[in-house]
Design a binder for this molecule. Sequence first.
Ligand code: G4P
Length: 526
Amino acid sequence: MGLKEEIARRRTFGIISHPDAGKTTLTEKLLLFGGAIKKAGAVKSSKIDRHATSDFMEIEKQRGISVATSVMGFEYGDLKINLLDTPGHQDFAEDTFRTLTAVDSVVMVIDCVKGVETQTEKLMEVCRMRQTPVMAFINKLDREGRDPFELLDEIEAKLSIAVRPLSWPIGMGKDFQGVYDLFQKKLLLFQASRQELTDEMVQITDLQDPRLEQEVGESAAQLLREEVELIEGVYPTFDVEDYLKGEIAPVFFGSAVNNFGVQELLDCFVQIAPAPQPRATENREVAPHEPQCSGFVFKIHANMDPKHRNRIAFIRVCSGIFQRGQYYHHVRIQKKLRFSNVTAFMAQNKETIEQAYPGDIIGLYDTGNLKIGDTLTEGEIGYYKGIPSFSPEIFREVVNLDAMKTKQLDKGLRQLMDEGVAQLFTYEMGARKVVGTVGQLQFEVIQYRLEHEYGAKCRFQSVRLYKACWLYGKNQKALKEFVDSKFRHIAKDKDGKLVFLAESKSWMQMVEENFPDVEFHITSEF
Ligand code: G4P
């Protein structure tokens, strides 16, 4: 098979949700339906247990386990599907944002009882920014949830995306009988806690078919007919092009834990989800079928063995064919590197591979050359765009507790930042170091890892900071004036970019008004 055919058969996507909506369960069922695993329970371990927030050792252990399951490739019919798991724990939201840069489409899971939750809103914002095609799965229909029409309205209002139901529930909670597949026009009936996958299904292509009454009862049949008529009247005909542009999200209903509605989602996914798409670098757009290989690092995972500081860098291949043992140009450090240990992630195991194609995610063993956002290429291509840092929510100053270990502390901090555990800002004045995160948990993880992997001891001291704003000024003079006047609040991020550390919202607003020629950005890429 040639490069073009290999690209055409790949589908690389991520599953996102607010914790507990059923992402892990759906992932598992997709693998089950895809034939990648044989029994339920196989991917449960990838989940970071929110209840264990105080036990960071446990979390690190789980993070370790999750390496194997964070990318799951499997063959489905003629397709090679790469499913990327995203940490549900909100303290790892940045990990999820970055993972979204490596996918071509997204499946979003929503709990029918809770509706659209905060984490989903944030993740959807990132999808909208990147115009990523999104499919929605409304889960837990076996529970008494909200009215399906109300849920659809809420998705449109809160997530700012048009929706089009492609399956429709028959009843809900204890009366849930199944879903009618509007995409393929067929009826599948619900059997609670179905563990076995069977091909048994009732094919009803015309809703006027009297068999509908026989299968679901008179009142449910009548309601289904009315609701489907309403859907066809209210919602426009589904247009795949609009989905591919990220303008409309097809919606499916079901119950992941009961294997219900999952097949409908998967059947539609394989028909409409996009193959690997072109990606923008700082210079130009790169098409996947270009012969010269290129890719970028979107995730780094430290080896769990503290004696060996090996790391696995996760690369999304964007163009050409990646070959094991070949030299690639590392754009940031301007060096040629070759990797003899290249891993592909299949559903249940890792395997060493010789080559990988656009859309594939590979793991490279690295001793410290690679960091998040790095580009590897065979050709002239510059940096791949699209891995912004977002302003952290919580800031703490690093206090070194062992002056003899300053070097180790600096090195440890640098390497942990390369992994994307948190963000480091170094004040221009006095070189004070401030770590910024989205959740409390990372401070514990950093402290623990600094001590156990680098032999450095530190504590974190509260600082009153509201946001980190990356600075930009077309007018260099205005920028310099600003930096000079706010010198005590200016820092540099890990890449040496200028950042203003604002202490409060009102102060930031005032500063923005007073310096109209300076741009303040709460993401590092603008
Ligand atoms: P997450 O990865 O999005 O955080 O969610 P996860 O799949 O772990 O699901 C969260 C909980 O919701 C789990 O229950 C899971 O069994 C349940 N769940 C998933 N799909 C459905 C569904 O269709 N219907 C119902 N009623 N529940 C569903 P748990 O009690 O937290 O864990 P477990 O002991 O069941 O594994």
